[in-house]
Design a binder for this molecule. Structure first.
Ligand code: TYD
Length: 425
C-alpha cells in the first residue's frame, strides 16, 4: 500500500468546471460574443484561457486578454466558490488518513488560490503538505513539487487527471494513478503510461485501499415555526452539501414515503379537528418511524447527506411545547422509531410569531396545525428556544426574517463553518 500519496487538485479532488464555465460565459456576454455550445465550452477548462478565446472564439490577442480580465472579474470574487469536491473523495481521504498514509496536494494553481479552495472545502486538515507555485514562480514544475513533498520510490504515488501528472511522476521516480473522471483525455496509449488507470472515485479507492470506503453520511434537519422559510432553503442546503462532495437525499416530515404521506393527510386535514394531542403526537412518531426505516436510515448508511425538512425537534416543539405534552414524553414516544438517528446538524430558522402568521396566511388556506391559537405558537416558539439551549452543539440557529437571498447568503457562510467546527467535513 502506498504511504505517500500526492493528489493533483483540479480535476482530481475538486471539479472546478462550473465556476470556470460560468466565468467564461460572463466574459463573453460582457464582450457581446456568442457563447459556444457546451461541448466547445468545456474545452476552456484546463488550458490557458487567452489561447482558448483565440482558438474557439476567433479573438485577437488583445481581445483575448480583455476576455481574461473579464473572466477574472467574476472568477476571483465568486467563481472559485462554485468548485465542488468530487463525491466520494472526502471519505477516501478520511480512510487513508485512518490507515496512517501521508497525503499531499501538488497543483499548478497559485499557492494562494489553492490554499483558499482547500480551506473553504475543508480539505486542509487531511493534508500533510501542499506544493503550489508562489507568486514569483513562473513555472510550475510538478516533478519538483513531488520531490519537495515526499521520497522517491515504490511507497509514493501521484494521483492526477492529466498526462502532465503522470509524466511528473515518471520524472520524480514515483508511481502514478491516472483518473479518468477529471478534465484530461485518456486514449489507450496515454493510459499505458500511468502505473494504474481508474475511471471513478470508487475505483480510485479500490486502488489505494483495496476497498471502497463507506462511512455514515450526514444527517441535517431544518426546523422553525411555520413560514420560517426553511422549505425555500432546502435547495441551498442541497447545493452546499453537493459542493462538499456528498450525494444528497432531500425529504420531509410528516411524510417522505407513501405510508407517512398518508399519515400526513390525517394530521393536516382541517376536518380532523377532534384529534387529541396524544393521538397527534403518536401519529407524528408513527410517520417518523416508517420514514426513518424506509428513507433516512438507508440513505445515511450508504454515506449520503440526508436533508430533512422537519424531524423529531418539530414534535418536541409543537407537541411537547405547543400541545403541552412535555419534551421528554415526546422523546419517549419517538425513541422506538428513530433507530437512534439524532441529526448531526439542526438548522433552525428563527422568525417572530407576527412574521410567521403573515407568511402563513399569504401562502395558502391554513391546515389543521396552522389553525391553532396564538398561545400554541408562543409555547412552540419557547420550546424551540429550550431545545437550542439543550443541544447547542447540534443547533445552528439563523435569522430567518430576511429576504430569501439574505437567508441563503447567511446559510452559505455559516453551514460549512459549522460542519467544519464539528469535524464533520
Ligand atoms: P407543513 O405544511 O410541512 O408545514 P411547514 O412548511 O411549516 O413545515 O406542515 C407540517 C406541520 O406539521 C407544521 O405546522 C408543523 C407540524 N409538525 C408537528 O406539529 N410535529 C411534527 O413532528 C412535525 C414533523 C410537524
Amino acid at each position: 500500500m502506498y504511504q505517500h500519496i500526492i493528489f493533483d487538485l483540479d480535476g482530481t479532488l475538486t471539479d472546478s468546471g462550473r465556476g470556470i464555465l460560468n466565468s467564461v460565459r460572463y466574459a463573453l456576454d460582457k464582450m457581446g460574443v456568442a457563447v459556444p455550445e457546451e461541448k466547445v465550452l468545456r474545452r476552456f477548462i484546463g488550458p490557458p484561457l487567452t489561447g482558448s478565446f483565440i482558438k474557439w472564439c476567433g479573438m485577437s490577442q488583445a481581445r483575448a486578454e480583455e476576455g481574461l480580465r473579464l473572466f477574472r472579474e467574476r472568477y476571483i470574487p465568486t467563481g472559485w466558490r462554485e468548485n465542488r469536491v468530487y463525491p466520494g473523495i472526502r471519505p477516501l481521504l478520511r480512510a487513508l488518513k485512518g490507515r496512517g498514509c501521508r497525503l499531499y496536494v501538488a497543483t499548478g494553481k497559485s499557492e494562494e488560490s489553492a490554499l483558499r479552495v482547500l480551506a473553504y472545502f475543508g480539505l486542509l486538515p487531511y493534508l500533510d503538505g501542499v506544493a503550489a507555485p508562489k507568486p514569483e514562480d513562473l513555472t510550475a514544475d510538478k516533478a519538483q513539487m513531488i520531490r519537495s513533498l515526499c521520497p522517491a520510490g515504490p511507497e509514493s504515488v501521484i494521483v492526477g487527471d492529466t498526462l502532465g501528472d503522470v509524466q511528473a511522476g515518471l520524472d520524480a521516480g514515483v508511481d502514478s494513478i491516472a483518473v479518468g473522471y477529471g478534465f484530461g483525455e485518456w486514449p489507450e496509449e496515454a493510459q499505458k503510461k500511468a502505473t494504474h488507470f481508474v475511471q471513478t472515485v470508487s475505483a480510485l479507492g479500490e486502488c489505494l485501499l483495496g476497498e471502497t470506503p463507506r462511512e455514515r453520511g450526514i444527517f441535517l434537519t431544518l426546523e422553525g415555526l411555520d413560514g420560517c422559510g426553511k422549505t425555500t432553503q432546502r435547495e441551498t442546503v442541497r447545493r452546499l452539501m453537493e459542493d462538499l462532495g456528498y450525494e444528497t437525499v432531500v425529504t420531509r416530515e410528516p411524510g417522505g414515503c407513501p405510508i407517512s404521506e398518508k399519515i400526513r393527510e390525517l394530521l393536516l386535514s382541517a376536518a380532523n379537528s377532534e384529534m387529541t394531542p396524544t393521538t397527534e403526537a403518536l401519529l407524528y412518531a408513527a410517520s417518523r418511524a416508517q420514514h426513518t426505516h424506509e428513507v433516512i436510515a438507508p440513505a445515511l448508511k450508504s454515506g449520503k447527506a440526508v436533508i430533512c425538512d422537519r424531524y423529531v425537534d418539530s414534535s418536541l416543539a409543537y407537541q411537547g411545547g405547543g400541545r403541552e405534552l412535555g419534551i421528554d414524553t415526546i422523546l419517549q414516544y419517538n425513541q422506538a422509531g428513530m433507530q437512534g438517528l439524532v441529526p448531526d446538524v439542526t438548522i433552525c430558522f428563527e422568525i417572530d410569531r407576527a412574521t410567521s402568521l403573515k407568511r402563513r396566511y399569504a401562502a395558502s388556506a391554513p391546515d389543521r396545525m396552522e389553525l391553532a391559537e396564538d398561545a400554541f405558537f408562543a409555547r412552540t416558539e419557547e420550546a424551540f428556544r429550550t431545545l437550542k439551549g439543550r443541544w447547542p452543539d447540534r443547533y445552528l440557529t439563523l435569522d430567518g426574517r430576511g429576504a430569501p437571498e439574505e437567508v441563503e447568503a447567511l446559510l452559505s457562510e455559516k453551514l460549512p463553518a459549522f460542519l467544519q467546527k464539528k469535524g464533520l467535513i
